[in-house]
Write a protein of this length. Structure first.
Length: 218
């Protein structure tokens, strides 16, 4: 099962979307210039009518890297946790995670769910292998506690970071709009396609290696 690591894009995630798809999903639209986080300045193309415009030429490779890493985690049967605190998207996030065979958390995040898991749930509980943030801010526009907790536990993260977010604690940041329904639906669609593609590839490889290692009968 080590073959995927020998290829830069083993799961061919770059074919799942194009720059035009990002534009059509309104991924480039950031917040007002006054809300800009200084760590997001390298990802901003410019400002129009006091609204920051995200550089999609940078979003494209960042999203490809994030999807590629997500695919490798799913391929190796890792646990993936989707996290969002926006009420209007909670049902969509939960439904997508269910369809992928993964998990979601869209309610209030109690501090210590990751850092004190062995106390709250008992010894031997398995933590997620990857946390995917559709929004890195909570519903009152403060940094989501799970971002800090995942960093403390060395759990890799994939996260959509709008122009008012801090990308420094996200392992694979995706510069893009996190408010538009079209953008959130787009992220969930490509994440779902990536995870299912990786799991299907795992099944194919298991069948292939199973037939290859099956002893021949005379």
């Amino acid at each position: 099962m080590g073959e995927p690591l020998q290829h830069p894009d083993f799961f061919n995630v770059q074919e799942l979307f194009s720059l035009r798809d990002l534009f059509d999903a309104r991924v480039h639209l950031g917040h007002k210039q006054g809300c800009r986080h200084r760590f997001m300045e390298p990802y901003i193309f410019g400002c129009r009518l006091d609204q920051d415009i995200i550089d999609l030429e940078q979003t494209l490779p960042h999203l490809q890297l994030a999807l590629n890493f997500t695919a490798h985690v799913a391929y190796r049967k890792g646990v993936i946790l989707f996290v969002s605190r926006r009420r209007q998207f909670s049902h969509l996030v939960e439904a997508t995670a269910r369809e992928c065979g993964e998990y979601a958390h869209t309610r209030y995040w109690q501090g210590g769910l990751l850092t004190n898991a062995h106390i709250q749930y008992g010894v031997g509980v398995r933590l997620p292998d990857l946390v995917v943030f559709l929004h890195t801010l909570n519903n009152v526009f403060e940094p989501h506690l799970a971002v800090r907790d995942a960093a403390k536990m060395n759990i890799p993260t994939v996260g959509v970071v709008d122009t008012n977010c801090n990308p420094s604690l996200i392992t694979y940041p995706i510069p893009g709009n996190d408010d538009s329904p079209a953008a959130v639906q787009f992220y969930l669609k490509v994440l779902k396609m990536t995870i299912l593609r990786a799991k299907d590839k795992r099944k194919q490889m298991e069948v292939f290696y199973g037939l290859q290692n099956k002893p021949a009968h005379n």
